[in-house]
Write a protein that binds this ligand. Structure first.
Ligand code: NAD
Length: 357
């Protein structure tokens, strides 16, 4: 019988777990054994007895490594050298961000399947789409976090003490996270404007009921649904145009990313300086805002709060783990789908070079 091992996450501040008790029930129905590392779900409020009740065994990390055929994680474990040869590791392994990981795993004889390499546009791939499920959670939390940091109301409130104007919120980047940030800020009552460099995203923004910020420069029509990096001139022109627009807003949430590349800078130091005191800028894309650093909250000299928050899904661990576990169950059920598995298999660069030749 195949054993699926669930490892406790080792990355700092990571509160998600790759499998929930609900997911265990689904896996057990497919005839696999599930072995969960003791305490793996604790940070997401799934305790060991809940896993046992769902039909899993609970054991030590050593036992999970020794007895599992397939190991599931959210992020790469920091004791990757302990992975025995012949095992399969499934997770959001970020091989494009850390090419060295592929070499290490290949040298150890471990097959690595990274959900972030999923060909997302194939409709049968959607149940496995962990990038989407996690970006959705992150976008939701971004709006809440920005609202919490903002000193005013998001909605227009009419009370005996007068009427408050709604907060003006700008969301830069309208992919999965951005659209969820827009929707959540709107549910809170803010007046929301969205912006994206992709042509197709303009209709997505409008469909949420938000206003669309149209800049004359840099509109892309890429066929794969992803933005590509702008040229130096385009990026400079975009940064300049955004610096004119950004100071009109109370709250700016940035979610822009380019697959396999650096997140583009969209809010310059000049734009931050021109914002009103009390404004909030939240950088979810990581690198979208001048001077922002991951997991920090700083207030600039004239009172603009800059929040660096590239790992927000982990701060909503129940929802994020529940969605992720469903993606993992779907991935385990798709291991006989050669096209999907081949696309998600992490290969060292020299192997890819050989395949291309
Ligand atoms: P992402 O996380 O890679 O990027 C976030 C957003 O940043 C994107 O909308 C991108 O266009 C934008 N961006 C990049 N550079 C920018 C710049 N310089 N200025 C402004 N915006 C910039 O994107 P994502 O959320 O993973 O989604 C990417 C695409 O994939 C979208 O088209 C989405 O609809 C699509 N998608 C399709 C499926 C599917 O077909 N099943 C599933 C998920 C996502």
């Amino acid at each position: 019988m195949t054993t699926v091992g669930v490892l406790r996450e080792t990355a700092g501040r990571e509160r998600r777990v790759a499998m929930t008790p609900d997911g265990v029930v689904r896996l057990r129905r497919t005839g696999v054994r599930v072995l969960v590392e003791a305490g793996a779900g604790r940070s997401a409020w799934f305790d060991d007895p809940a896993y046992v009740e769902a039909g899993a065994d609970v054991g030590s990390r050593e036992q999970v490594y020794a007895e599992s055929d397939i190991l599931v994680v959210v992020r790469p474990p920091d004791d990757i050298a302990a992975l025995p040869a012949g095992r399969t590791l499934i997770g959001l392994l970020d091989p494009l961000g850390d090419p060295g990981l592929a070499e290490t795993l290949a040298a150890q004889g471990v097959t690595a399947i990274s959900l972030d390499l999923l060909p997302r546009t194939l409709s049968r791939a959607q149940p496995l789409d962990a990038l989407t499920s996690q970006a959705n959670v992150a976008g939701y939390k971004a709006a809440l976090l920005a609202a919490e940091a903002y000193g005013g109301f998001f909605p227009m409130l009419v009370t005996a003490a007068g009427t408050s104007r709604p907060a003006q919120v700008l969301v830069l980047g309208a992919g999965v996270a951005g659209l969820q940030a827009i929707a959540t800020a709107r549910r809170l009552g803010a007046q929301v404007t969205g912006y994206d460099v992709r042509e197709a995203a303009q209709a997505d923004i409008a469909s949420t009921g938000a206003l669309v910020l149209a800049l004359s420069d840099a509109v892309q029509n890429g066929s794969d649904g992803y933005a590509s990096a702008l040229t130096g001139d385009e990026a400079a022109s975009q940064l300049h145009s955004l610096a004119q627009a950004v100071p009109r807003f109370d709250v700016v949430i940035t979610t822009a990313k380019v697959p396999g590349g650096r997140s583009p800078l969209l809010v310059s130091a000049e734009a931050l300086d021109a914002m009103r005191p009390g404004s909030v800028v939240l950088d979810l894309g990581g690198g979208n805002v001048a001077g922002s650093a991951p997991d920090t909250r700083v207030v600039t000299g004239h009172g603009v709060t800059v929040i660096g928050a590239p790992n927000l899904a982990s701060t909503v661990p129940v929802a994020a783990s529940t969605a992720y576990a469903r993606n993992v169950v779907a991935a385990l059920g798709a291991l006989d789908d050669d096209e999907l598995v081949s696309a998600m298999t992490v290969r060292p660069l020299h192997d890819l070079d050989k395949e291309r030749r």
